[in-house]
Design a protein around this ligand. Structure first.
Ligand SMILES: *Cc1c(COP(=O)(O)O)cnc(C)c1O
Length: 423
């Protein structure tokens, strides 16, 4: 039996209906934007392995940082102790995070970073004796799969079974073109009730919804409304962070700054699971007290794992290199040229580009469901042709490692053009 067959015996895969799913492709090797399976077939990783890998697979610089850390201090508990990689990484992130961010709380994945932000918002008001327990979020948001993060997520079939057991989250429309005022009106109505602790959003791009994009100036207005009404703002940059939008963070396009930020995915260059939630001094001070009960009683066993921190430190340094910044610009320009060309195609409803993110919506008769038949047909076609793309309903998006070369990008574009002929 090959790996793919042996896998079926014990492994339960994410977002998978095993009864109808095909077997899982066993990947043996990765380099740059390429992956190879156990039969030697080559794939272009056009979605950076779920948006985590900006600098290419098996990146030497990060691998060396990890090895060095593993042979110095692989892990130590973060309760009562600290270590150099965490201190260095925090100092480094302070250089690039929005200027109002002061305190960092480490955890393990995007969902936990969101969980922590929501708990902090709720406890901040609890500590002050103020009852604000509800959260505001966008329609079709995705913030993760643990209970708090799931409650904030609005992709309904993900959360249907649990909807009676979750914290109260009220949704407002995303301020996409034509819906700007509707979004503002809905938010204004909610904040006036004084029941809300925070507004959580994916800044500028809603990844899991199919790379839905909206303007920074619209988000500025929503953040300003929250500020005026003492509702904290949480920018979930788990997907957008570390260069995806063309700047370090999507929030770098804003005039108004969020109170909290969630970081994960590309944080360690796609190597080690790690996340950070960042906060303003004001928020931290809401927990700073002689009373121990006002502390944030939250932690994870591997909080601020030194090896993860060393990987993240190497990644953040790589991101800042002129070479990587040029890569981001180059990928963006290739996307823009392809966009101009493919916009004319009769089967294309619209396209969107921001930074290294490209999205294309196919014209369909009916509303295509998230994991519907069109999506599966497209997915299979891409895999057959050696390109890893995971369409969302009728939306095809590209989010490649920044190091992808022009030939590989052109291959992705041509495979998408061919796919438009078979739908
Ligand atoms: C992926 C994602 C998450 C969840 O992160 P996990 O590491 O999968 O738990 C949260 N928010 C956004 C915006 C994401 O894209």
């Amino acid at each position: 039996m090959n790996l793919s067959q042996r896998d079926q015996k014990h492994n339960w895969h994410p977002y998978t209906q095993h009864k109808t799913a095909q077997s899982h492709i066993a990947i043996m090797l990765g380099e740059g934007a390429l992956l190879w399976d156990e039969n030697g077939k080559e794939y272009i990783d056009a979605i950076a392995s779920w948006w985590v890998n900006p600098f290419g697979h098996s990146n030497n610089v990060i691998a060396e940082a990890i090895y060095k850390q593993l042979t110095t201090l692989e892990h130590v508990l973060f309760g009562g102790f600290t270590h150099e990689p965490a201190v260095l990484l925090s100092e480094k992130l302070m250089e690039i995070l929005p200027e109002n961010q002061e305190k960092l709380f480490y955890s393990d994945n995007g969902s936990t970073s969101v969980e922590i932000a929501i708990k902090v918002a709720m406890q901040f008001f609890y500590n002050k004796g103020v009852k604000k327990t509800k959260i505001i979020a966008f329609e079709n948001a995705f913030h993760g799969d643990t209970f708090g993060a799931m409650a904030a997520s609005g992709i309904s079939f993900f959360v249907e079974a649990f909807k009676d057991s979750m914290i109260e989250v009220i949704r407002i429309p995303v301020p996409v073109k034509g819906k700007e005022q509707e979004s503002i009106d809905a938010l204004e109505k909610l904040v006036k009730t004084n029941e809300f602790a925070a507004f959580i959003f994916e800044p500028l791009v809603q990844g899991a919804a199919g790379m839905v994009m909206y303007e920074a100036s619209e988000l500025d207005k929503l953040i300003a409304i929250c500020k005026e009404n003492q509702v904290f703002t949480i920018a979930d940059e788990v997907m957008t962070g570390f260069g995806k939008t063309g700047r370090n963070f999507a929030c770098d396009y804003l005039q108004e700054l969020p109170d909290m930020m969630c970081l994960s995915k590309a944080l360690t260059g796609g190597t080690i699971p790690m996340a950070i939630t960042s906060f303003t001094q004001e928020i931290f001070d809401g927990f700073y007290d002689d009373d121990i009960n006002k502390a944030l009683f939250h932690g994870h066993t591997f909080t601020a794992n030194p090896t993860g921190c060393a990987a993240a430190l190497a990644s953040v340094k790589l991101l800042a290199t002129p070479e990587m910044q040029e890569n981001i610009i180059r990928v963006n320009q290739c996307h823009l040229s392809f966009q101009e060309k493919i916009n004319q195609h009769p089967k294309v409803r619209f396209t969107r580009v921001l930074g290294v993110i490209f999205a294309l919506e196919i014209k369909t008769e009916s509303n295509e469901s998230y994991y519907g038949s069109l999506r599966n047909k497209l997915y299979d076609f891409f895999i057959e042709n050696g390109v890893i793309l995971r369409p969302v309903g009728n939306i095809i998006y590209i989010l490649p490692p920044y190091v992808i070369n022009d030939v590989q990008l052109q291959k992705i574009y041509s495979v998408i053009e061919e796919a438009l002929e078979i739908v």
